[in-house]
Design a protein around this ligand. Structure first.
Ligand code: GAL
Length: 926
């Protein structure tokens, strides 16, 4: 504990952004309190800080589960055929989180903000019994200034969050709970507000650029402040490129906006291949001392959507080779570690993807940072189409948070809205587009319309780039009718494939991976891309989807629980679609692939698809030439081959010369397991996670493509398993348990390091009849990012007291006070010290001890009582203090049920004050 506290740099001069991911208490299900009744309780319920039940301060959460974020409870539970198919038959329900927070008295005066990056789906948040936020977005962040509510020192702070995940915003798996990161940001009184630096570069002329930096400051202090705002631009090598300062005066509890335009000559340009990221650092200085500092990355690039020729990045034509993706991954649901996101993006990059549409919501900030670094362009999409205040705030939040990212090239205000072809839709889109432009006029606004763009008045008239979901037959009609309007596919394909299956078996919900099946509204991968690629006016495409996701198992239903739209499965294992797109999208190096595997029965007629980006290909079986074909870049090359065991080989030629070759081989039965970690090392920071591929090998060490062995995992050392998957859309296996079956030869285990891990992570995989696999992943000791120390509070604080009028005659400590009398007695919370004068002071409160202390093992602890004291509990005298001097007092808490009434009668020394000067807590007896 002490060690953990030491990690927090309490006296940092500028801001501290502390992870609040650790040490939450969780309860699955709602916590329903009996209805509030009676005048006294009703009155109290209406007052600041007095939320009751699990929302309140003193709720007994001692039997709640301890966990760290990110957390998705939906993925932990079993499937239920009665649950919603759209959400992958995962019951979602309601859950509660609580967390305690101790704030150092030395930090009094600082500004404290809670940040929840996303909570699925409706969240109500209380701090110290005050409702501080109601967020109806499962995808947007919440920033909460908790400064005024805080208590310092031993008086603990309570955060309580009720999450209603029965509420839905989508028709796909959305997970449940606090599935992104959370933070506590501690800043000096004069500080830059969250997302308060607007730094979006723009080209002025030739090679001259400007960043019209705008900084928004706030002052939570008690005096107006004169500060200097300093903005510095650093290049990718960390060299200072430009600096600018400006004075600002920030009024008390007011915001102030400062403009600091920066001119930059000839910067290194951000491209998809070389993502030159610049850093904008903003400092706030007062009397020469830094008060706040915040940095963001940005990049210099131009974008243009041309109605005839599509998309241009830095003046260079780029066809958008895009995918739509949701945000869940095998084993972890939507609580995807950042490093697993890095893996997912890397898979997309290897596939040749250059554009991502985060459908249908803004992604995590960390993901966009990676995207900037790895080189993709992004369609950043707003979740809800609604122009009312709450929803406009969600849209504005997205633009403010994301406008510095060079990767973002399009703002999408919606996906497929039934009102898209109406005046209502047009009026709404017009307002949302205007709201976006007010915050960022450097990028076009789009909307993903599934039709309706050819009617007289529709949303397309309110956006800059028309986005079409499917509607291939209308591509040309639209362009003919509106030759001057930029146009892109915002979503296409929706084709079906089950990874590793090459025969459609309807009764088993299995779909062959030859790219023959698509939704009625969609197209096969090959047809969709051909339609897009052959039309220069279509800026590009966004395949539905890059990865399978839970829910929407179209065209199947139970027992299918995941979609089969993905180019890759839920683990990121490639399907045939992966190779189809890879040879279409990657031009600079020769590629060749064969589908299917080569484990068939003698005499089977096998359809072989060869995918290559060369000129000609030849197919050989056991060295025998089966034929040669000119590569068809849209259809791929197909052969009918009579199976015989051995080696099927494909050779690719350019200019008559062999440039690439590949083969599939018939394997024997599995004899051993193999574990292949995605990276060679893990960071021991408690966050780093990596996928480990699990496969079965034959006696010659070849991966067996149809293996379905049940594998048992054990993870020891510096890490643990956080889940696993196998890409089988029909699997109902527990994603968190110790076992997982291979599906078509593969499974994936995700391991994550523990906090402060130094030891290597050891993984073993065993299966009956197979030689076990073991792998050791070295762990690099890496300090965890700064975090808020865990502060479990098994204590009950007695905080809300009534104070009887002072007097010199001894009052009856148990005298009645009518429940409707709000005014004869006063109100207070320790420390409560009466001034010298009267002799007797009487205080009354009620409390409910935690279950584990109600049986006579608890004590009432007064940190400091001044004056002689009598302690009465439920009408009985339970403790006494006989000296006048201020001192602590411990009183045994008698066993009992429910709420207790406590009366404290103080007799002050003549001429001295007296009272309850310190915290009153219910603690375990010593
Ligand atoms: C689209 C929709 C996607 C997904 C897809 C399935 O209409 O935008 O979210 O549902 O269909 O084909």
């Amino acid at each position: 504990m002490l060690l953990l506290i030491a990690c927090v740099n309490v006296n940092a001069a500028t801001r501290e952004r502390l992870s609040l991911d650790r040490s939450w208490l969780f309860h699955q299900g709602d916590v329903v309190e009996s209805a509030i009744a009676g005048h006294g309780d009703s009155y109290s319920n209406a007052k600041a800080g007095n939320a009751t039940g699990a929302a309140g301060n003193e709720y007994d959460d001692s039997d709640w589960r301890h966990l760290d974020l990110p957390h998705d409870w939906a993925v932990e539970g079993p499937f239920d055929p009665k649950a919603n198919i759209a959400q992958g038959y995962r019951p979602r329900g309601i859950g509660w989180y609580r967390r305690y927070l101790r704030v150092d008295p030395a930090d009094r005066g600082k500004h404290f903000e809670l940040q929840f990056d996303a909570i699925a789906t409706h969240a109500t948040i209380w701090v110290n019994g005050n409702v501080v936020n109601r967020n109806w977005s499962g995808y947007n962040a919440t920033y909460i200034d908790i400064t005024p509510f805080l208590r310092y020192g031993d008086a603990m702070n309570t955060i309580a969050i009720r999450v209603d995940a029965d509420a839905m915003e989508g028709w796909w798996y959305e997970g449940a709970g606090m599935y992104r990161h959370s933070w506590l940001v501690k800043r000096n009184p004069v500080h830059v507000v969250t997302d308060g630096v607007h730094a979006t570069p723009r080209l002025v002329k030739d090679k001259q650029w400007s960043i019209p930096v705008e900084v928004t400051l706030n002052n939570s202090g008690k005096a107006a402040s004169d500060v200097i705002v300093e903005v510095t631009l650093y290049d990718a090598a960390g060299r200072q490129v430009a600096q600018r300062t400006a004075p600002a005066r920030v009024g008390v509890l007011a915001n102030s906006t400062v403009q600091l335009p920066i001119t930059v000559n000839n910067p290194a340009i951000w491209t998809l291949e070389k993502t030159n990221l610049y850093r904008v650092t903003t400092r706030v200085l007062q009397a020469g001392k830094a008060q706040d500092e915040v940095s963001l990355n940005t990049g210099f690039r131009t974008i243009r959507f041309d109605a005839a020729q599509g998309f241009f990045l830095n003046g260079v034509h780029v066809k958008l080779q895009g995918v739509c993706i949701h945000q869940d991954h095998a084993g972890v649901g939507v609580a995807v570690p950042d490093s697993v996101w890095e893996y997912r993006l890397r898979r997309l990059k290897e596939l040749g993807v250059n554009a991502i549409r985060f459908s249908h919501n803004a992604p995590a900030a960390e993901v966009l940072d990676m995207v900037d670094r790895m080189g993709f362009v992004v369609m950043d999409e707003n979740r809800n189409f609604n122009t009312s205040e709450d929803y406009m705030k969600q849209l504005e939040w997205m633009v403010k948070r994301d406008r510095h990212h060079p990767s973002v090239v399009l703002w999408s205000v919606f996906n497929e809205e039934p009102v898209q072809a109406t005046e209502v839709g047009y009026e709404m889109a017009r307002r949302m587009s205007a709201a976006v432009k007010a915050l960022d006029d450097t990028r076009p606004v789009t909307a993903a319309m599934n039709g309706g763009f050819l009617t007289e008045l529709n949303v397309s008239h309110a956006v800059d780039v028309v986005g079409a979901n499917y509607q291939v037959p209308d591509y040309d009609r639209y362009h003919k009718a509106y030759p001057n309007k930029p146009f892109t596919s915002s979503e296409d394909t929706s084709a079906f494939m089950t990874r590793g299956e090459y025969k459609t078996v309807k009764e088993k919900n299995l779909i062959a991976s030859y790219d023959d099946d698509a939704a009625p509204w969609g197209n096969t991968h090959r047809d969709a891309w051909e339609a897009i690629d052959k039309r220069p006016f279509v800026a590009g495409g966004f395949v539905w989807t890059g990865f399978d996701y839970r829910g929407e198992p179209t065209p199947n239903e139970w027992p299918s629980v995941s979609s089969v739209f993905g180019i890759m499965d839920l683990n990121g294992f490639p399907k045939t679609a992966y190779y189809i797109h890879q040879v279409q999208w990657i031009k600079d190096k020769p590629l060749i692939h064969i589908a299917p595997h080569w484990n068939w029965k003698q005499g089977d007629k096998v359809r072989v698809m060869v995918m290559a980006n060369v000129e000609r290909i030849q197919l050989l079986l056991n060295g025998r030439a089966l034929g040669e074909q000119k590569v068809d870049p849209y259809r791929m090359n197909n052969f009918d081959v009579a199976f015989e065991p051995g080696k099927l080989e494909a050779i690719g030629y350019r200019g008559g010369k062999e440039v690439v070759r590949t083969a599939v081989e018939t394997t024997g039965a599995p004899v051993s397991l193999e574990l292949v970690p995605d990276r060679a090392q893990l960071n021991g920071d408690g966050r780093d996670a990596l996928p480990v591929t699990v496969r079965a090998l034959d006696a010659q060490g070849r991966a067996v493509p149809l293996a379905d062995n049940e594998v048992t995992f054990a993870v020891t050392g510096g890490g643990r398993s956080i889940g696993h998957g196998n890409g089988d859309p029909n699997s109902h296996e527990d994603e968190k348990g110790a076992t997982r079956r291979l599906f078509n030869g593969l499974a994936q285990l995700i391991v994550q390091t523990n906090y402060d891990a130094k030891d290597a992570v050891m993984i073993s995989a065993t299966a009956p009849g197979l030689q076990a696999a073991r792998v050791t992943i070295p762990v690099k000791p890496v300090a965890a990012e700064p975090f808020v120390a865990p502060a479990d509070a098994p204590l009950t604080f007695v905080r809300s007291w009534r104070i009887a009028p002072d007097g010199d005659t001894r009052p009856d400590p148990n005298q009645k006070l009518a429940s409707f009398d709000m005014n004869t007695w006063g109100w207070g919370s320790p420390p409560m010290r009466a001034a010298a004068g009267s002799k007797y002071h009487l205080y009354r409160a009620s409390f409910t001890p935690r279950k584990n202390l109600a049986d006579g093992t608890g004590r009432i602890r007064f940190a400091s009582l001044k004056g002689k004291a009598e302690i009465w509990l439920n009408g009985a005298l339970v403790g006494k203090k006989d000296s006048y001097a201020a001192a602590p007092l411990d009183v045994a808490l008698p066993a009992g049920d429910g709420k207790r009434e406590i009366n404290v009668l103080i007799e002050a020394e003549a001429g001295q004050g007296g009272g309850i000067e310190g915290n009153v807590t219910i603690e375990p007896a010593r």
